[in-house]
Design a binder for this molecule. Structure first.
Ligand code: DP6
Length: 376
């Protein structure tokens, strides 16, 4: 599929003059990392992630048709509330998102919007909210498109276009529409993979990876000193950029085999190497920076110690921050949970951590009388 397949040409705004749609969409954790991109949000290498479950954003998009059809040069009209409070400072990001997606969803200026959003995790937790936030908003926009578009729209097209739109808001967001393992970026060995949207891992996932756990240790709840957007930019002219993109694509080939075979030991090697390679890119950028904190390293060392003592299939990964994601199989959850509680929680900020698990992606919610019901 190409960009032009996502342009909506036939729609009738009178089919939805006012109403609201709500989506609950999880975050995701990359196993092979996306770091480096070109305009418009095209990744330099393929990435693969576990979709999460407990870390999610809940977004309602309220829409009301404007009394007059918009004229050329008119503005997007929207308000945004986050956790009940009006958020003027969130507006530029949404404005940019709307500008980027308008050519594919040309009805945006026909409506006045109110966006109401909240996260299941603390906003200041250092957990990337852009993946869950942008994917939830993209799904809301697609639900509105579905109302306006008379023609049958398959769920497959709905999800692909939602992922395509989400990518234009934040790259990693395109991997949060569905579960359980999502690949984003062209890769010769992953059939159907694309730079434009995320696709489900096309091979059988070994039983060892069913219900895989991700316990997120919140080491630092402060705002990051360097945003992901700036980090991506620093991969332009980075001395190791080409080797890094090649390494990531090679790791996709390796991890694809590993996931099919269920080889937990090899999985650990790739996942930890990816996390450290990502942070090595940050440390060797110009200007250089470090997002890990002393407690990040203490946790990593404790995990290595525990693994060599017990042979447990526990490993860590990092995103663009100091928090540590501890990954382990369902079959080892009791011993690993005890280890986390007894030995790792002490390194978390205020002992904060989140127990998460591999999940299935976005869910539309039907909101009635302030009760939330799951449905389609
Ligand atoms: C380190 O998706 O947050 O988490 O596209 O600029 O919004 P933008 O960046 P973003 O980058 C995520 C980087 C990462 C790795 C990953 O999720 O693959």
């Amino acid at each position: 599929m190409t960009e032009t397949d996502f342009i909506l040409s036939n729609f009738d705004v009178s089919k939805a003059s006012n109403g609201s749609v709500t989506w609950k969409t999880p975050s995701n954790i990359a196993l092979v990392k996306y770091w480096g991109k070109q305009e418009p949000q095209i990744p330099e290498n393929a990435s693969i992630s576990f979709t999460l479950d407990a870390c999610f954003t809940l977004t309602t998009l309220e829409f009301r048709l404007k009394k007059k059809r918009p004229v050329t040069g008119s503005e997007f009209n929207f308000e945004i509330f986050f956790e009940g409070e009006k958020k003027e400072d969130f507006k530029p990001k949404i404005q940019k998102f709307f500008e980027r997606i308008e050519q594919y969803v040309p009805f945006l200026k026909d409506y006045d919007f109110i966006i109401k959003s909240r996260n299941s995790f603390p906003h200041s937790s250092g957990i990337a909210s852009s993946a869950s936030g942008m994917s939830a908003l993209a799904l809301c926009v697609m639900s509105l498109e579905r109302l306006l578009n008379g023609a049958e729209m398959t769920d497959e097209y709905f999800n692909k276009k939602a992922s395509f739109l989400a990518r234009l808001g934040s790259g990693s967001a395109c991997r949060s529409i569905e579960g359980e393992l999502i690949v984003w970026g062209n890769h010769t060995e992953i059939e159907g993979s694309s730079n434009l949207f995320g696709t489900k891992f096309p091979f059988k996932i070994h039983e060892n990876f069913k219900n895989y756990h991700d316990t997120i240790l919140l080491v630092d709840e402060d705002e990051k000193q360097v945003s992901s957007t700036v980090g991506h930019q620093l991969m332009n002219n980075h001395p190791f950029a080409q080797q890094r993109f090649q390494q990531a694509n090679d790791n996709i080939s390796k991890i694809s085999e590993i996931i099919q075979k269920g080889d937990l030991k090899q999985f650990i090697k790739i996942v930890e190497s990816e996390a450290l390679s990502l942070h090595a890119m940050m440390m060797t950028s110009n200007p250089y920076f470090i997002l890990m904190k002393p407690n990040t390293l203490k946790i990593i060392n404790k995990i290595w110690e525990f693994r060599s003592k017990t042979n447990a299939n526990i490993c860590f990964t990092l995103d663009a921050g100091a928090n540590v994601h501890v990954l382990f199989p369902e079959s080892e959850k009791e011993s690993v949970n005890n280890f986390i509680i007894n030995e790792l929680i002490q390194f978390c900020y205020k002992k904060h951590y989140i127990c998460d698990i591999i999940g299935n992606g976005g869910t539309q919610l039907i909101v009635k009388n302030e009760q939330l019901k799951i449905g389609y």
